[in-house]
Ligand binder design. Structure first.
Ligand code: ATP
Length: 234
């Protein structure tokens, strides 16, 4: 479904992504794990069109998407939940969700999807007229996910959904990610919480200072001595 081949991404003179290749098949949850500054967010931002790779190829469902504008990428069926949620604080929950559907014009489809977001996240329904900035961290994460789902993506990019959340909420968010996947959305999940990410993913890639150092079946990686020592606390 998504194929990244040997991309290199720079911030000015900083070589942030070095010759990375990643493959995501339809229906999978694939996770990208690694320490702070490894290049996880940069990889996601490159897929979603916010950054342009200097070299390499990105194809989505056979279509070359490297370097095309972010809005056009959303139209191809990819949606990103950014790191730190970035909800529009001075807009209501509902207005935030409506913005997620900005590329669409099918009113009844949009209303249908708004309902399914509220079914998936009952807490957002209770707070639909509340300003997003007054929501708790977990609720804002739910809103950011709901907003991304409003474009009906086939591939959902999630950037550290567990960041700053209490363990119980992290569990809840990960359960929701699994449900979203089960109902037909392919997921590429970036996480520092390697334990949780590996527990729900099919496949994983380990990123270190801009390079992929390990990849494979998530369960096998979770059991590997090297991964346990470096990322799972021994
Ligand atoms: P984190 O979990 O902290 O977000 P990450 O794995 O997502 O880490 P990136 O944010 O992708 O890492 O950063 C990769 C490298 O690129 C880092 O060395 C970082 O300092 C650098 N970098 C990120 N954003 C910029 C920027 N806007 N300008 C210059 N360098 C940047």
């Amino acid at each position: 479904m998504l194929k990244i081949e040997n991309i290199n991404v720079f911030y000015g003179a900083i070589h942030a992504i070095k010759d990375i290749s990643i493959e995501v098949n339809e229906g999978e949850i694939v996770t990208l794990i690694g320490a702070n500054g490894a290049g996880k967010s940069t990889t996601l931002r490159t897929i979603s069109g916010l950054l342009k790779p200097k070299t390499g190829k990105i194809t989505f469902e056979g279509k070359d998407i490297a370097g095309i504008p972010a809005q056009a990428i959303v139209k191809t069926g990819i949606s990103q939940v950014p790191e730190g949620r970035r909800v529009f604080a001075n807009m209501t929950v509902m207005e935030n969700l409506e913005l997620g559907a900005y590329i669409r014009s099918d009113k009844s489809g949009i209303a249908e999807d708004m309902n399914s977001v509220f079914e998936r996240f009952p807490r957002l329904l209770e707070r639909k007229s509340q300003l997003a900035g007054t929501l708790s961290g977990g609720e804002q994460q739910m809103l950011a996910m709901g907003r991304a789902l409003m474009s009906r993506p086939r591939l959902l990019l999630l950037d550290e959904p567990s960041m700053g959340l209490a363990p119980l909420l992290v569990k809840e968010i990960f359960t929701i990610v699994q449900e979203i996947n089960r109902t037909g959305t392919t997921v590429l999940l970036v996480e520092q919480n390697a334990n949780m990410a590996l527990s729900i993913a099919n496949k994983a890639y380990v990123l270190e200072t801009g390079r992929i150092t390990l990849s494979g079946d998530a369960k096998e990686l979770a059991a590997s001595e090297d991964v346990r020592k470096a990322y799972l606390g021994g």
